[in-house]
Design a protein around this ligand. Sequence first.
Ligand SMILES: [Zn+2]
Ligand SMILES: [Zn+2]
Length: 151
Amino acid sequence: MQLPKSRRRQKLREKKCQYPGCGKIFYGIHISKYCTEHRQDRYRIRKRSKPENVNIKNQTITHPYTEVTTTVMHCKLVGCDHQFEVKLYPRQFIYPKYCPEHRNEFKRIRHLQLIGREDLIEQMKSESENAEIEHGEMEEGAADDGMTDVA
Ligand SMILES: [Zn+2]
Ligand SMILES: [Zn+2]
């Protein structure tokens, strides 16, 4: 008579924590990457490092003003000739890139469709993929997508 097969247990083995700067030796199953400390959510490393998404919807304007100054900008969206006023603040150099209407991605896409520049839509979408974070900065670890597996 055959003995009932016991459920195979994952063998623990010596692992080195992959967390940058840690390198602690711990015992874990083969897919473990991090020591118990660095397995916690708050240490999760995003595969996709947060982009410099400043330049997706915004632009850097290096101005010399030491007082609030209003200037007129052109919408940076291809084929849009709208102008809009921007208040320049001392020591602040990040400003919107698009006219108020086109600060909405959906409207930028619509606009590009209208002028027949579908080719630019994909590009824009991939650029702004991460910018969605802006709509309510998500809790660390809320989005599993793009996180390293820390199992
Ligand atoms: Zn560690
Ligand atoms: Zn515009």
